[in-house]
Design a protein around this ligand. Structure first.
Ligand SMILES: Cc1cc2nc3c(=O)[nH]c(=O)nc-3n(C[C@H](O)[C@H](O)[C@H](O)COP(=O)(O)OP(=O)(O)OC[C@H]3O[C@@H](n4cnc5c(N)ncnc54)[C@H](O)[C@@H]3O)c2cc1C
Length: 470
């Protein structure tokens, strides 16, 4: 089997930025992404049937993305781009397996970059399985890429800036928003806020623009509020909301019901680390960066030599951070393969690192305001389903916890939580939080649900039709 000098999993800003710098230095790059077209989450392109006549309508992010994507496609003779390629496993032999066009292939690599991004943090609460309850990212995809509104009267509940982005996009598409609930606490440490914002003026301008739009549209932005429950007969009909304290616990006598047909839950993002975990990279727990994330050196290398991780999949920090991290990884790999000198690499990394520090300063301030409070994980009731694939309720989890289980992987074996098609993406993040707050919790934390190949649903027939990459 031919070995790839540099394989990248993920065609978002992080993976693309790494591919561009490495390919320009002469490295032979193979980039695999599960989507039809490159761009990842933020620069997601439209399906081929759509034609964009005025890209300004789609915002600055879309335009910035186009520039990165233009550079990427101009290097098509140097970058082997495999679209519709879902990587479903990484094995000890420095080989990855991917499904594409109805068959499964394997690819061995010398260096690997995991740039798999993030997904919405799922929050189990009574009624969260009702039709009409979306994650904010799911709703955003409908509005942004499919040009479809998720409902007629929408409640946004969650925390952080992505809620404002979604509200702006729904309003632009002509949708009606009943209210936006923000559970986070605005820090009173103005000096820290100022230091974080300093230099990040375009972020600030963007945020201000969204806030003005929301205000002008007359949408109530209810700070220190949370959604407690969703009710409805086969479909969302109403939501119960309340004011919260600093731990995000509901304040007494503040509950009220709002009539809505759609609820979008946007409690931040969780890093997509299944492949880095399969590759046996060491992980550490950072709740505000997306849960368990790979431990990395300054060159973005994980604890497994030759395996790098960047972007939201290595700690949720936004597209600008993903791009700079991708560039650092790309240059580091070009240096390790001898395509560029140590001196050249160090000069370039210093510049990327400087940008990174600026973006990370702002990120830390935003994280502090929107790190999920304990109250969020007290919303589920005994009969609330935690694991939607295996239909496991909180009551069943509580029983296993009462039996003394303190490791997530043991709980998985005992109850089957996380063994379904989503491989724990929907239940894992909440389970870890619920376990962390148990009185008998292990001081090292509960660990993760230990993913197994295939990390994404792949038909057995596809694996049976395996072939080796040439
Ligand atoms: C749902 C959602 C909505 C967001 N909305 C906004 C927004 O409105 N504004 C904003 O500024 N930021 C937004 N963000 C954040 C922004 O998208 C990210 O910060 C940025 O895209 C990170 O870039 P990345 O390269 O790390 O990952 P991504 O852009 O997520 O790219 C990762 C890529 O890897 C692919 N991938 C993952 N696993 C596999 C696999 N096993 N095999 C093959 N391919 C795989 C994914 O499909 C994706 O194409 C959003 C993020 C999410 C998750």
């Amino acid at each position: 089997m031919k070995e790839s000098e540099f394989a990248i999993i993920g065609g978002g800003p992080g993976g693309i930025a790494a591919a561009i710098v490495a390919a320009k230095a002469g490295v032979k790059v193979t980039l695999l992404d599960e989507n039809e077209r490159p761009g990842g989450q933020i620069y997601r392109q439209f399906e081929k049937g759509y034609k964009v006549t005025d890209s300004k309508v789609l915002g600055r992010d879309y335009e910035k993305g186009l520039e990165l994507l233009r550079q990427f496609s101009s290097l098509s003779d140097k970058i082997r781009y495999l679209n519709n390629a879902t990587v479903w496993g990484i094995f000890k032999s420095r080989t990855l397996a991917f499904a594409r066009k109805g068959t499964s292939s394997s690819l061995s690599f010398k260096n690997l970059l995991v740039a798999t991004g993030a997904y919405d943090r799922p929050v189990p609460l009574p009624g969260w399985t009702l039709p009409g309850v979306f994650t904010a990212g799911g709703a955003q995809r409908l509005v942004k890429t499919e040009r479809v509104l998720p409902g007629e009267n929408i409640l946004l509940a969650g925390t952080g800036p992505l809620q404002l982005v979604l509200a702006h996009q729904i309003l632009n598409a002509g949708g009606k928003i009943e209210a936006i609930l923000e559970s986070g606490n605005i820090s009173k440490n103005w000096l820290r806020i100022l230091m974080g914002i300093w230099g990040n003026w375009d972020y600030l301008k963007e945020g201000w623009r969204y806030l003005r739009h929301i205000q002008k549209a007359g949408v109530p932005l209810l700070r220190n509020h949370i959604i407690l429950e969703v009710h409805g007969d086969g479909q969302v009909e109403e939501a119960v909301i309340a004011k919260v304290d600093k731990s995000w616990r509901p304040k007494p006598d503040t509950e009220r019901t709002v009539k809505v047909d759609t609820v979008c839950l946007g409690y931040g993002l969780v890093s997509s680390t299944e492949l880095a975990l399969l590759a046996e990279c060491e992980h550490k727990y950072e709740l505000c960066l997306g849960g368990y994330i790979p431990v990395r050196s300054e060159s973005m290398e994980t604890t497994v030599p030759g395996i790098y991780a960047v972007g939201d999949g290595a700690g949720v920090a936004g597209s600008k951070v993903a791009i700079e991290e991708g560039r650092i990884a790309g240059v580091s790999i070009a240096r390790s393969l001898g395509y560029i000198s140590d001196a050249d690499a160090s000069t370039r990394i210093r510049i990327f690192q400087k940008h990174l520090n600026k973006f990370n300063r702002l990120r830390r301030v935003l994280d502090e305001m929107s790190v999920p409070g304990q109250g969020l994980y007290e919303l589920a009731k005994d009969d609330t389903v935690l694991c939607r694939c295996e239909e496991i309720t909180l009551k069943e989890i509580k029983k296993a916890l009462a039996d003394g289980t303190i490791q997530a992987k043991d709980l998985k074996r005992m109850t089957r939580i996380g063994m379904g098609a989503c491989e724990g993406r929907m239940c894992g993040p909440a389970l870890i939080e619920i376990m962390r707050y148990q009185p008998n919790a292990s001081p090292e934390g509960p660990g993760y649900l230990l993913p197994r190949p295939s990390i994404k649903p792949i038909a057995l027939g596809v694996i049976a039709a395996s072939k080796q990459e040439e």
